[in-house]
Design a protein around this ligand. Structure first.
Ligand SMILES: *Cc1c(COP(=O)(O)O)cnc(C)c1O
Length: 427
């Protein structure tokens, strides 16, 4: 199946007379005839459901669709993108371990790694995605267990050289985890470039309609845990909390990572997606291929328009030929990147605030990747506690506006931007 067909058909194939749409199995619990039947499920000897905190049929069907889209062997849904990234890393790195991460990542993920997981004893080294192979090499330690990056970073819009990061990770016998939220598997499939684990905030383009928070983890099913058994005891030695199962032996390359994340982390942390949210996510996935194409086309047109506008001082968008990441985008994102653009309003903070006030179509929202165009001026909202110097140091200058281009008619969006920029010539 091609990607567009998978968006609609993968994961769920209704039989004769069965519902066309994925059924919402709104049940916490599943009934069995005998205790022995249920015992086989607990021993992971038979497949089936017993409690929705571990697995639910609706969630599994939707996870299978995302796994198919990414070209992986297994997937799991989580209640949020934050939970997906936490589980993806914590499944293999615990107290005393070390992880190499790109410094250009989502702020929520940075806090999770640098503050919360640090308190749990996992140490992170952050490295510029633009580092040389030697600099990357120098970031590894004997206890490094994973490498992490974002295909297109939110909100910096840096493009990750996936092959460079995968080569370094594999040379050290550890997997590369890539957060593929912004491009989605329609624009980039990191597994084809060497990523071993792919994560998503499905809250963004996959849902696409600002309706359901969610996350997903997909395993490429290629990383050989047993070949590096001493690094990954959680996968390669018996789990005493789960009937002495050794995940890598019992479930092989294709199933070990996700089975451990389900049987151990989901059981203990309980960050399960609700079946209702999985259903909403699946509705979004059915049109993902069509929507991503439009998000990409409209963003390209708007980025080009902004780049030529006298009231705009700079534009960051990997689809622009002059962009720092255009070369990497041509390699990894040949069909378009995503719908998010950052740009500077000439005249700095005051001009950017005025531009935001003038917008009539674009919503002011912290969200991105929605059918509705949304716009954020970090200096006067999310980052308002910082002064101009601090903002510049954080890579979020006071004139920066982040625009997430939605699915409205692009001529209405261009007209809205123009009318909002026009009065600024007087500032
Ligand atoms: C939003 C986002 C997250 C966090 O996802 P939530 O669903 O908000 O928890 C993680 N990574 C990236 C790249 C994001 O854009």
């Amino acid at each position: 199946m091609k990607q567009g067909t998978k968006c609609i058909r993968a994961g769920y194939a209704p039989g004769n007379g069965e519902p066309r749409q994925v059924p919402i199995v709104q049940s916490t619990t599943f009934r069995y005839e005998t205790s022995e039947d249920m015992g086989r499920l607990f021993d992971l000897e038979a497949e089936g459901y017993f409690y929705t905190r571990l697995q639910n049929p609706t969630c599994d069907l939707v996870a299978a669709k995302i796994a198919a889209l990414e070209g992986g062997t297994a997937g799991m849904l989580t209640s949020s993108g934050q939970a997906a990234n936490f589980f993806a890393v914590f499944n293999i790195a615990t107290a005393g371990d070390h992880v190499v991460a790109s410094s250009s990542i989502y702020g929520g993920t940075f806090n999770l790694f640098a503050v919360t997981m640090a308190k749990m004893g996992v140490e992170f080294t952050f490295i510029s995605p633009d580092c040389t192979p030697d600099e990357l090499e120098a970031a590894f330690k004997p206890n490094t267990k994973a490498v992490f990056g974002e295909t297109i970073a939110n909100p910096a819009l840096t493009v990750l050289d996936i092959e460079k990061f995968a080569t370094a990770a594999h040379a050290h016998g550890v997997p590369l985890i890539v957060d593929n939220t912004f491009p989605t598997p329609i624009m980039c499939r990191p597994i084809e470039w060497g990523a071993d684990i792919v994560t998503h905030s499905t809250t963004k383009y996959m849902d696409g309609h600002s309706s359901a928070l969610g996350g997903c983890i997909v395993d490429a099913g290629r990383f050989d845990w047993m070949a590096h058994a001493e690094k990954f005891p959680g996968l390669t030695t018996p789990d005493e909390s789960y009937h002495g199962i050794t995940y890598a032996e019992r479930f092989g390359l294709e199933g070990a990572f996700i089975t451990k994340a389900t049987a151990q982390l989901m059981r203990d942390f309980g960050s399960m997606a609700s079946p209702q949210n999985a259903y909403l996510l699946n509705l979004g996935l059915e049109s993902l291929h069509v929507r991503m194409e439009r998000h990409g086309e409209s963003a390209q047109a708007i980025a080009e328009h902004l780049a030529a506008h006298p009231r705009v001082s700079w534009v960051s968008f990997p689809g622009l030929p002059g962009d720092k990441y255009h070369g990497l985008a041509e390699k990894y994102l040949p069909n378009g990147s995503c719908g998010v653009i950052s740009f500077g309003v000439a005249g700095g903070r005051a001009a950017a605030e005025c531009f935001m006030r003038n917008l009539k179509v674009a919503h002011i929202a912290t969200h991105v990747a929605d059918a509705a165009t949304c716009c954020l001026h970090p200096a006067s909202s999310t980052h308002r506690q910082m002064n101009d110097e601090q903002l510049a140091a954080a890579g979020v200058p006071a004139d920066l506006v982040r625009l997430s281009v939605g699915l409205e008619d692009v001529s209405d969006l261009l007209a809205d931007i123009d009318q909002a920029l026009k009065p600024l010539s007087r500032i």
